[in-house]
Design a protein around this ligand. Structure first.
Ligand code: ATP
Length: 273
């Protein structure tokens, strides 16, 4: 829940098979699954397991999903919080939350800590700052840095963080021993979209005319989140039409609706254009 500011999911059921496409990212992040499953195998020759990795990519491309799948694959607890929750926080609260999160995570290790929208906490400290302004964000960032430095890599806690603005991050976060690995998560190409459609079509009752490849061809520029949304909308549209199965026509209407929603959102963001 939002009120708790971080959620601990002790049993994550999501695995790599729920994450369509993203083959390279899955391959890279597989290493972290191995670290979590069998840390001593890697440290025996004196090597240090990385503390964290940064998932970089546009909104809705499956960063959160992939982080959860790492926890699911390794069968470890998943702790998460979002940087945006810290934006308007009272003095001291953000830093205390971060300390509390690490304390809980260490007690449940091996585990994953996932920080969504880390740019909301981790923006460069020198960037466009009003003196005396936004101190709490800075406190929170400092507390995160202190916590990341304060645990040893064999503690079994691995931190994954997501951002779509890696260029704005404070360089302190990217230093070796912190988020020194970056995994890029791009928008899917037509094959990726076909695979994502296949995942989200699976639970639906479909008419035989529904074709994932055609749907992928009709949705250039869509991220996974929008594809999931199209599938759900199509099922609701078909149900409203009292159909026994979702047909291609329902998908076409759902795609139009999702495109309409995206256009509206863009208008709100940039009213001058
Ligand atoms: P944001 O940056 O906005 O937080 P995100 O990259 O973390 O976005 P997710 O929250 O993981 O995106 O994706 C939202 C939903 O979209 C997922 O729960 C899933 O239903 C769907 N989705 C996104 N990408 C994929 C994918 N590669 N395979 C299957 N489903 C996907």
């Amino acid at each position: 829940s939002k009120a708790a500011l971080f959620d601990a999911e002790n049993k994550v059921k999501i695995t790599f098979k729920d994450v369509a496409g993203l083959e390279e990212a899955k391959e890279e992040i597989q290493e972290i699954v191995e670290f979590l499953k069998n840390p001593t195998k890697f440290t025996i020759l004196g090597g240090k397991i990385p503390k964290g990795a940064l998932l970089v990519g546009p909104p809705g491309t499956g960063k959160t999903l992939l982080a959860k799948a790492v926890a699911g694959e390794a069968d470890v607890p998943f702790f998460s919080l979002s940087g945006s929750d810290f934006v308007e926080m009272f003095v001291g609260v953000g830093a205390a939350r971060v300390r509390d999160l690490f304390k809980q995570a260490k007690a449940k290790a091996p585990c994953i800590i996932f920080i969504d929208e880390i740019d909301a906490i981790g923006r460069s400290r020198s960037r466009g700052q009003v003196p005396g302004g936004n101190d709490e964000r800075e406190n929170t960032l400092n507390s995160l840095l202190v916590e990341m430095d304060g645990f040893s890599t064999d503690s079994g806690v691995i931190i994954l963080a997501a951002t779509n603005r890696p260029d704005t991050l404070d360089s302190a976060l990217l230093r070796p021993g912190r988020f020194d690995r970056q995994i890029s998560i791009d928008k899917p190409d037509i094959n990726g979209r076909t695979e994502i459609f296949n995942v989200h079509l699976k639970p639906l009752t479909l008419s035989t005319d529904v074709d994932a490849k055609k749907l992928a061809a009709q949705t250039p520029g869509f991220a996974g989140a929008e594809i999931a949304n199209v599938c759900n909308e199509a099922a609701l549209i078909a149900a409203r039409r009292n159909k026994k199965a979702v047909e291609m026509q329902d998908f076409n209407d759902a795609i139009d609706r999702v495109i309409g929603g995206l256009e509206k959102k863009n208008k709100i963001i940039s009213p001058e254009e």
